[in-house]
Design a binder for this molecule. Sequence first.
Ligand code: SF4
Length: 223
Amino acid sequence: MASLLFVNEIFASLQGEGAWTGTPSVFVRLQGCLCRCPWCDTKNTWKLGEPNDCGLDFAASKADAPRHATCTGEELLAYIDAHYASIPHVIFTGGEPMLFDLTDVTAALLARGKTVAIETSGTEPVRVAEGVWVTVSPKYDMPGGREVLASALRRADEIKMPVSGPKDLEDLEHRTLPETKPGVLVYVQPVSRDDEATRLCVEAAMTKGWRVSFQVHKYVNMR
Ligand code: SF4
């Protein structure tokens, strides 16, 4: 577990999206993303990380700063043990967390009795321990030019499709779902709480048997 992790921020909150909505969670937001989605609400994570002398206290003390902390997997585990012992669920998000190999650190968290989830765009190989909940939020035709990988879609336990217009629903139906495993949970999530996107999501859920993810944390002003 010697490789370095670049942690943009770490904090505790409730999961506000998808199947784990309402679950107290430690969020570990990793630095770096190549997708460049125009509506991204974490653009401060885009720059690829480099080693620095900022520790995890720095990542825990700020929000939306362009700088990140540097740690090993062991240091991250020790930090979670020390500061978030009562919280049973750990979510790796980003940025794009699959720019890092999280196999060992997620295995160690599972061995501690935590449940563990990652949220990925599906544009990098999924490198996590067996038993980790994988949410793929596929990003097609974004300015970064990254391709969504069939292997990531096959590993997904949950698809969470960001919807800003009808094309996203077509991409979900025709490019995503043919690659997923049976029983995968399917959520459509309106981008930026937009009224028209919300209407499209509700209509699609009602006709296709999908679910709507509403980013509940934003409605109750949580991080
Ligand atoms: S994949 Fe996620 S973090 Fe990366 S640009 Fe898109 S919305 Fe932002």
